[in-house]
Structure formats: C-alpha cells, structure tokens
Design a protein around this ligand. Sequence first.
Ligand code: SF4
Ligand code: SF4
Length: 441
Amino acid sequence: MVLQCQAAKEKGTHMMKRSFFSVTAPRLQVDSLPGVLPDSVRIETPRQIMLLIEETADNGNAMMLRKGDPVKTGQKISLSTDSKAYAISTVTGTITHIEPFPGESGKQFTAVSVAVSKEADPDESFATYCDSPSLEGAVNLLGCLPGSPAFEIFMDADKPIKTIVINAMDQDLFIITAQYALTAFYHNLTQGIQHLKTITGVEKVVIAAPQDAIQGYGDIGASVMGIDKGYPEGLPHLIAQRVAGHEIPVGKDFQDFGMAFLGVEAVASLGRSFQNKKPARTKMVTFMDKNGNRSLVSTIVGTPIRDILKRFDLGLNDQDRIIIGGPLNGYSTYTDAFPIRPDTDAILLQDKDDVAFVSDYPCINCGDCVRVCPARVPVNMLIRFLEAGQYEEAAENYDLYSCLECGLCSYVCVARIPIFQSIKLAKYELGRAATGEAADE
Ligand code: SF4
Ligand code: SF4
C-alpha cells in the first residue's frame, strides 16, 4: 500500500500539523509510563518476514544469498563473506525475495524476505558463542539483537571505552519503549549488564533514566543517573555532556571521551539471549493509531507493519502516513510492508488530514529555528546551504555536525521547511563521501 504524498516522499519528510502534538505545556516532555505497567500486545509470528541488511547488492559484493535458500532461526545472513552488514533471521523458513529497499535519509538496504516454516529449526552459532563469549563474536553475532547493541565501538584501540552509558530515556515524544524495558525487564537487564562487562572488559556502567524512575536499581550492577524529562534532555549528546562534565566539542564523538552508548532494551536483550542460549528476537514497540490510542506491542524483528495493523484491525487510506519513531525525529515510510527493525522503538499512524504539506516557501528569516535549537546551530543559515546541496560548506561554516538531531527546528518552522530531514540527508551523504561509497557508484 502506498501512503505518502509524492512531495513528502521525495523530501523524505515527516512534517505534521502541530495539532498532532496537542502541545499546551510550556515545554515539550517525553511521556511517563502509566502507574500500572501496561500489558503488551503480542503480535503473532507472521507468515512472511522481511529482514533489512544495510548494504546494497550491487556494491561489488558477491551475493551469498539466493532465492530458495533455507534459513534457520538465529542464523546470520549477509550478502558476502566480506560484508560487515548482516541480519539475524528471527524465523526458520525459505528466502523468497532479495531486493533493493529504500530506507530513511537516502539510505539503501537490501531486503531479504523469508516465508516462515511451521517448524522452527534453531541455528547453533549463538549457543556455541555463549560457551566462550568474546568481543569479536559479539560484533559478528549480536549487533541485530532487539535494541541494536553497537559492539564495534569497543573494537577501536585508539579510543578505549571507559564508561558504558545505558540509555533508558525514550528518544522522542509519546514513546515509552525504553521506560518499559527498564521496568519490565529488570532481571534480564541485570544479567545483560554482567555479560556486557565480561564481553567488553568495561566495569563502569551508568544507566541514564528518567528522574522519576531511578529508585530500586541499587543492586543492578550500574549507577543510575536521573535525567530531566524535558525534550531533548534524553538524547545521547546531552547525556554525554552530563557524564563527561563538559560540552562535547564539534567534530568529537562520545568515544573520544571514552564513552559508549547502548539502549536499555539492547542490554536486556543481551541478558535474555544468554539466559536462553539463543538470540533474543522480540522487539518492544510503542504503537499509536490515528486517534492517538497508544499500545505497547511485542513482535519479532522482521514483522511487516501491515501485520501490526491487522492485529489492531486498522486500515489506512491513501496519503495517510506511517512514521517510524517519534513525531519530532522519526521518519515516514511509504509502505506498510516496512518491517520492524532491531532499533524500531515506535510506529505512529497519522491521518492524511493531519499531515501538513511540505511547502516550497522560502525561509522568512524569523529566527524561530535558531531560538529553539539546543545546540545553538545557526539553522537559518545552515538550511540555505543544505537546500543548495553545499554540504561541505554547511559542515565547515554552519555547524552541521553540532546538530543533535532533535527535530525541533522542523517543528517550529513557519515556512514548513524540512530542515531536520535535510540535515540527516547531508550528514549521510557526507559520511558516504568520506568512506568513498558515493564515488564507487
Ligand atoms: S535538529 Fe534542528 S533544532 Fe535540533 S539540534 Fe539539529 S539543528 Fe538544532
Ligand atoms: S524557522 Fe523556518 S522560516 Fe524561520 S528562520 Fe528558521 S528556516 Fe527560516
């Protein structure tokens, strides 16, 4: 089903009317978990899943995968033996399609569709890994656990990690996935922290959690830091500044200061995987329908969004919008075949009548984007260079890399310029140019 208007599709934008937020408070806040932990809605294993590999099949790699190949539950699948990108199959079945698939901000994936078999046949690689866990093995096998733990950060000998920050702050409005994982998966989180220390050799672990949820974690094996729920205080960049005790200079990343960030669900998934001796495959997702009804769903990675819609008996009309992530820093997709990925924390549906048109109006230099920017980026100047495709100038002279990716500038822009999306695209393109990818095409 194609849902997105053409203009929005071309710009890759998710702008929406402000009424969608119902913002009446003086400042934006991330939501709290309800007082009573909500039951999650379980989505049945679909008949077909889709796994996205962040690599294109035409990238000079020899294709290891073929239509008709069998796959086992927990099996690592990649396009070639040299590929760093991979997916872990969450089902046993047969590959039915391998095709290019567009992602957000210009990213290109290869989608591997798998028809699910009735009988599950587990791959034994992870069980073998459990007997002698190593960092290298974690990089090769655990990167697709729900929550997407990025173990490769720990491999850089030039930037040794001294502190692991487990981020239990939800990354956008309306989302409660991280807070749920912090509360509901306490046991697995405790186990995960111990395995994390063993695998990485890093002993100092800090959990960044909402200020009102920091009680009761004294024995978890990590210190807990309370974070204000005002948006965007929970974004990694701002948490890193608090942990470091100073600003992170432009051009530096967290690793330069010995910090690595992992999501709370990623660490709980690690604990669950070791406990069961098989890779965790169930992702928690905050789901919100067009009327603003919110549910927590648990579903295996690879489940197409259409199966979640079916579970809630929901339909979509032409030009309704599906947003992956939150309203401020999420991105929209044009198809309900889009699958749940290891890092998908939220799915929001938006009625076409609530979707603001992206305009071609020029910037009126009102300055709202500059005033709202927590990173003090001269956004009104930056956007001029981004719209002209002058990404290097934007980076060198207008603080492109200071951007925390909060999305507030797009939200306040009266001219409805998709600023945040342009920033993401520019960073992605500059990243590709730096690694020589663009030149190879
Ligand atoms: S997304 Fe916009 S408001 Fe947010 S940090 Fe980046 S430039 Fe500033
Ligand atoms: S908020 Fe929009 S119109 Fe106003 S200065 Fe920024 S880019 Fe221009």
